[in-house]
Design a protein. Structure first.
Length: 367
């Protein structure tokens, strides 16, 4: 097993405790995989004020000396990386010798890797992603894994409470929000808004202005949400109805009356049919709470069935979904465009086609 891989798979308790030490070990492990590279010396930044550089590696390739200057950061979020890249470039510019800047962090996303490439800076993370170019050496390595902390962070950004915030912001991506106003509009706490704001700013998916903060990359947010999206938690009940066409639509309007007790709304393919028609399916999809389900059963004449169902009702544990319901036609209540899009993306090949159509029609934002 290569030394670099051994270092990565070593139990955390056996690894160096210092971030800089771990970064230095990762760098040495990577360089040692290339027989043509002779590692002469690796120096750590001496104690004292931060000079914007943590590690200096001296190597030789075919008798020619090269210097790698490295900055190690505990966070690989774009906002922190951008600051680190500026520190590196400033340091290299003042060295007075030819040197290759390298940024090192526990994990660097594909977007951050692209940021490093665009700035002409090499990179390395503890997952195994790397790109180093100096002299006649070209090292590039890409892995699909993400550390548990990164997976937890992205999942928390799209949990039900955070989703309420994002659905509100995606309706008006250019709008600047005050924390208090957004908390009220989304029905969440001030603390939750602050946490989501920090996560968006760190990823450079949002920006601050004197008027508040606003999304700058709504498409990137939606892409990341789609990649992490899971069906809303809650039982899915299957029914059969004899109603079709205009008779079903008329009964549906009765069942979806806003003034009636409970909440119910169309979702998935059924919502898309009213928001951005693409193709009909033989099954109707709805969300409802318990009281809303009672209304649906009565108005649509639903009977329970184990097979041959043509109505599927989900009782979501997250009632925040109902906050963003829209009325695309009189009496027709359905999930908003964002939620409908996400539901379609997990509904198989036909669902993906309908999702792509909906996104072009209803979720196209200025770049």
């Amino acid at each position: 097993m290569p030394y670099f891989q051994q270092m990565l798979e070593m139990p955390l308790s056996l690894k160096s405790t210092s971030l800089e030490e771990r970064a230095a070990e990762a760098l040495k492990a990577l360089l040692n995989q290339v027989p043509a590279i002779e590692l002469i010396k690796v120096e750590h930044e001496p104690p004292g004020p931060d000079r914007g550089i943590d590690i200096v590696a001296h190597v030789s390739v075919s008798g020619r000396r090269h210097t790698l200057v490295c900055e190690a950061k505990s966070s690989g979020q774009p906002r922190h990386v951008r600051m680190g890249l500026l520190q590196l470039r400033d340091y290299v510019a003042h060295l007075g010798i030819e040197a290759t800047p390298v940024f090192i962090a526990p994990y660097l996303s594909p977007d951050v890797q692209a940021l490093c490439r665009g700035r002409g800076v090499g990179f390395l993370d503890f997952e195994g992603n790397a790109r180093l170019v100096f002299g006649s050496v070209f090292i590039q390595r890409s892995v699909a894994t993400k550390p548990p902390a990164e997976r937890r962070d992205i999942k928390s950004l799209f949990n039900p409470k955070s989703a309420q915030l994002l659905r509100v912001m995606l309706k008006e991506p250019g709008r600047a929000w005050r924390v208090v106003d957004l908390a009220k509009a989304a029905g969440v706490s001030l603390g939750h808004v602050s946490n989501v704001r920090t996560a968006l700013l760190n990823r450079e998916w949002a920006k601050l202005s004197p008027d508040g903060f606003s999304l700058t990359k709504p498409d990137t947010v939606l892409d990341a949400w789609r990649s992490d999206y899971e069906q809303p938690d809650g039982p899915r009940l299957r029914f059969y109805t004899t109603l079709h066409g205009n008779a079903f639509d008329s009964a549906l309007r009765t069942a979806l009356r806003r003034a009636a007790p409970g909440r119910a709304m169309l979702g998935s393919f059924s919502a898309a049919q009213w928001l951005a028609p693409y193709g009909r399916t033989g099954t109707q999809f709805l969300y409802a709470d318990d009281a809303g389900l009672d209304r649906l059963q009565g108005a649509l004449k639903l009977s329970s069935t184990l097979k041959g169902e043509n109505v599927v009702v989900t009782l979501p544990k997250d009632h925040g979904l109902f906050r963003d319901a829209v009325e695309p036609a009189p009496g027709i209540i359905c999930t908003d465009a964002v939620q409908t899009y996400l539901d379609l993306t997990i509904a198989g090949e036909r669902g993906q086609e309908a999702a792509d159509h909906l996104r072009r029609e209803r979720l196209a934002w200025p770049q």
